[in-house]
Design a protein around this ligand. Sequence first.
Ligand code: MG
Length: 310
Amino acid sequence: MIRFSHGVDTSVGRVRRVNEDSYLAVPPIYAVADGMGGHGSGDVASRLAVEVLARCVMLRPLFTEAVLHGLEEANRVIIEHDGPNRMGTTITGLAGLETLGGDRLIVFNVGDSRVYRLAGERVEQLTVDHSEVQQLVLAGVLTREQARTHPRRNVVTRALGGGPDLAVDHWLVPATGGDRFLICSDGLFGELLDEVMAPLLAIAHPQQAAEALVAAANESGGRDNVTALVVDIESADAPEFRPVQAAAPREESPGRPPAPAPAPAPAERGGTAGRAGGAGGGLGATGELPIDVGLFGLGLIGPDPDRRDR
Ligand code: MG
């Protein structure tokens, strides 16, 4: 059985008025969603996403198709709420799977929030952004650093809420005791270089690491909502050697992620689908349901003053 511990912090930042980030921090599922939407509905979209995904928490054992179905269901609920392309959200994260082949994690992504793994003294990005600038990086037109500050860095090419056909990137990685992961919104990596993030992510206690990362992003400008969810794998059963199961219909490749698939219509945060700022939300470890949904947006939503330049 995989045992997790985590720390999380979220901030509206120094420019936005509403926090449209939400997070889910309930073993065995951890996720961050960064909402976007006209009329200030991005916080609603990100909250709906983590609430729907949280329904998977009770499933034992949790399996890949259940997580993917949870994300598809979240997409459906967001579209039902306001119609397609009216509001949307990124979502990325990981979930522990206890499979016949041993304990694994599914890492999933839609949009441009990210999952990193701490690898020695550096951070390793596990997810591939669904964004215009990522496509330019893959094409060799932009460097990764140029993409970080590019004027069109806000344009995502995939999001929950964009349409009924949802394509979720997902990968299986071993659940190895001692590993540390960071799940974050673009308000974090948009402000901090990898080499700045790495030593902060390496702070021993996950809550202190999360708070240090968010504080550093705000000190660096805080131009967007920022959420950092630090997840530790406390211990995992040693991988058992068992025959590989028949291949599932969905492709799952351990290790490095594949190149992103061709994307549906781009959605720019800030237009009909765009991000604002505010209070932010998360599902986490509280009372009845084992759910830590963090702070929700407080509804103090107005025009996004910074939507083209987070
Ligand atoms: Mg953001």
